[in-house]
Design a protein around this ligand. Structure first.
Ligand code: SAM
Length: 231
């Protein structure tokens, strides 16, 4: 007799075996059934927050450009930078870009094994991490926030959705899936010289997929703590 978990695993394996190349690419960043909604949400959210074509944006944990393609399309050439820890995923992102004929937008796509070793010679108006901080252990999160602090413009904004609360961590494709209280993010942000505001559940911004875990994630806004003094 198969357990429900084993049945789910078998179903997943069957879906992967019979998936097209494109479906396999899309599955590298989450469930296929929600792929379109999660792509559409990202650009809609960012435009709702005032993203302009002239802004520069760093997509931290860009994956295969599920969110990145409409953002690259919207921004002026040279204004998008995507970073991911998985080199093979960045390769798929390059294929996705080519299939959408968007190379003329000259996005920079970077595979970075450790954000502590990545020093880009510029600061961004917006840094964006969709479904990424939830996959970081505490030490990786600290390095990511230090990267953000070092690459955000004085009046720049870093948006990231997270699981708020306390639950045992789970796993996804070799990454942890973590829940943390808001106070944890406040302390980690302060240590990096950032301050954080909880903007509320993403479903209030149109992320309504029917998947409770995704729709009830909170969107956090991080900004430089000393922005008034610097501005
Ligand atoms: C759920 S996927 C989301 C991808 C993309 N943001 C999107 O919405 O399609 C999470 C991504 O974060 C990336 N990631 C996890 N830890 C990372 C790290 N420390 N640095 C950069 N990318 C990371 C993973 O490789 C994965 O592609």
């Amino acid at each position: 007799m198969q357990t429900p978990r084993a049945i789910r695993r078998l179903r997943r394996r069957l879906r992967t075996t019979f998936a097209t190349r494109k479906q396999r690419r899309h599955a590298l960043v989450g469930p296929l059934a929600l792929w379109r909604q999660k792509r559409d949400f990202q650009i809609a959210f960012l435009r709702g927050q005032g993203l302009q074509p002239s802004h520069t944006l760093c997509d931290l944990g860009c994956g295969t450009l599920r969110g990145g393609i409409p953002i690259i399309d919207y921004l002026e050439a040279g204004n998008y930078t995507g970073i991911d820890v998985r080199a093979e995923v960045i390769e798929e992102a390059r294929r996705e870009l080519a299939e959408h004929h968007l190379e003329h937008k000259r996005p920079e796509l970077i595979a970075a094994a450790d954000l502590a070793d990545l020093h880009l010679d510029r600061r961004f108006d917006v840094i964006w991490a969709f479904a990424v901080l939830i996959h970081m252990s505490d030490d990786v999160l600290d390095r990511a926030l230090a990267f953000v602090a070092g690459h955000l413009a004085p009046d720049g904004r870093f948006f990231a959705n997270v699981n708020l609360g306390e639950r045992p961590s789970a796993h996804w494709r070799g990454f942890p899936v973590v829940w943390r209280p808001l106070g944890f993010y406040e302390a980690a942000a302060a240590a990096a010289g950032l301050e954080v505001t909880d903007l509320g559940e993403v479903r209030n911004f149109g992320h309504v997929t029917g998947d409770e875990r995704g729709d009830t994630k909170h969107m956090l806004l991080f900004r430089p703590a000393d922005r008034e003094a610097r501005g």
